[in-house]
Design a binder for this molecule. Structure first.
Ligand SMILES: CC(C)(COP(=O)(O)OP(=O)(O)OC[C@H]1O[C@@H](n2cnc3c(N)ncnc32)[C@H](O)[C@@H]1OP(=O)(O)O)[C@@H](O)C(=O)NCCC(=O)NCCS
Length: 258
C-alpha cells in the first residue's frame, strides 16, 4: 500500500514495446486490444501498449490483483480510474498516465488529485502560434521574451504544467486553458486562477522535471497531506522487479497564494 504522503512516478520506454510485445499484449482487455489494433502509426501503437502494460503491472505492485485482471472506467471527460467494483482492492489509489514520443509516465498516489504530463521537446512547434492559442497572456508573453532554447524550455514548462493541472482535475480540455496562469520565475511554479476556472491556489503543489535532453515532465498534486515524497523510477513492465534508475525528491508545503 502506498503511503498517503508518497507519489510514485513510474517511467517506461515505449521503444521496448516491440521486443516485449508477446508479454504485454495478453494483459490488455478486449476493448484495449481493439483500440491497440486501431492505431495505424507504429509509434502511437507502442506508446499505447506501453501505457497499458505500465498501468496494469504498476497497480499490481500496490494491490493483490493480477495485471490482466484490472478493470477500469472513465469519468465523463475520459479520465480512467480503477473500476468501482475493484475499488476496495486498492482503496483511494489514484493514478494518471501520460505518453509522448520516447517516454511513458505513470504517477500513482493515495487519496489526492494527481496529474502528470510528459512532452517530447525536439519538434518544430510554431511555439508563438500555439502560445497565443492555448496560453494565458502572461504565459505567452513570458515565452516570447525568451530566445532560442530558453523559449522552448519556457513553452514546454507551461505546456506540461497546464496539462498536468487539467489532468489532475480530471476534466482535460473541458477546462479553459487560459482560465489559469502559471508564474515559473521562482523555485516552484505558482498558479493563479481566473473567474472562468475557479479554484484555490493554496491546495496545489507543482513540480517540473527535466527527463534527459528531449523530455520534460510536470506533476500537479493536491493532497491534504503535508510535505510529500516523490519517487521517480525507470521500470520495464513485466521485467526485472528492480527499477532501472530511481530518484527521490521532497515536495514541501502548499504554494503561497500569489
Ligand atoms: C486527453 C488530455 C487529458 C491529455 O491529452 P495529451 O496531453 O495529449 O495526452 P497524455 O499522454 O498526457 O495523456 C493521455 C492519458 O491521460 C488520461 N486521460 C484521458 N482523459 C483524461 C482526463 N480527462 N483527465 C485526466 N487524465 C485523462 C488517459 O490515461 C490517457 O491515456 P490513455 O488514453 O492511453 O489511457 C487532454 O488534456 C488533451 O486532449 N490535451 C490535448 C493537448 C493540447 O492540445 N494541449 C494544449 C496545450 S497546453
Amino acid at each position: 500500500m502506498l503511503h498517503p504522503r508518497h507519489v510514485d512516478v513510474h517511467l517506461a520506454d515505449p521503444a521496448l514495446a516491440d521486443d516485449r510485445q508477446t508479454g504485454w499484449l495478453p494483459l490488455l482487455d478486449p476493448a484495449e486490444r481493439a483500440r491497440y489494433e486501431r492505431y495505424k502509426v507504429e509509434g502511437a501503437r507502442q506508446e499505447y501498449l506501453t501505457g497499458r502494460a505500465l498501468v496494469r503491472t504498476t497497480l499490481s505492485r500496490y494491490a493483490d490483483v493480477d495485471p490482466a485482471d484490472w478493470r477500469f472506467e472513465a469519468n465523463r471527460y475520459g479520465r480512467p480510474s480503477i473500476a468501482a467494483d475493484q475499488a476496495h482492492l486498492a482503496p483511494d489509489l489514484v493514478f494518471n498516465l501520460s505518453h509522448t514520443r520516447g517516454l511513458v509516465a505513470l504517477a500513482v498516489g493515495q487519496d489526492c488529485d494527481l496529474g502528470v504530463d510528459v512532452e517530447w521537446i525536439d519538434r518544430d512547434n510554431e511555439l508563438a502560434r500555439l502560445c497565443d492559442r492555448y496560453f494565458a497572456p502572461s504565459e505567452a508573453a513570458h515565452v516570447r521574451a525568451g530566445e532560442g532554447a530558453e523559449r522552448t524550455e519556457r513553452f514546454f514548462a507551461f505546456w506540461t504544467l497546464k496539462e498536468a493541472y487539467i489532468k489532475a482535475r480530471g476534466m482535460g480540455l473541458a477546462l479553459p486553458l487560459d482560465g489559469f496562469a502559471y508564474d515559473i520565475t521562482g523555485d516552484a511554479p505558482i498558479i493563479a486562477f481566473k473567474s472562468s476556472c475557479p479554484d484555490d491556489p493554496a491546495r496545489w503543489r507543482f513540480l517540473r522535471r527535466t527527463m534527459g535532453p528531449s523530455h520534460r515532465l510536470a506533476l500537479a498534486i493536491s493532497s491534504r497531506q503535508g510535505g510529500m515524497r516523490l519517487w521517480f523510477g525507470r521500470v520495464v513492465p513485466l521485467g526485472d522487479d528492480a527499477p532501472v534508475e530511481e530518484t527521490v525528491l521532497p515536495l514541501d508545503g502548499g504554494q503561497r497564494a500569489p
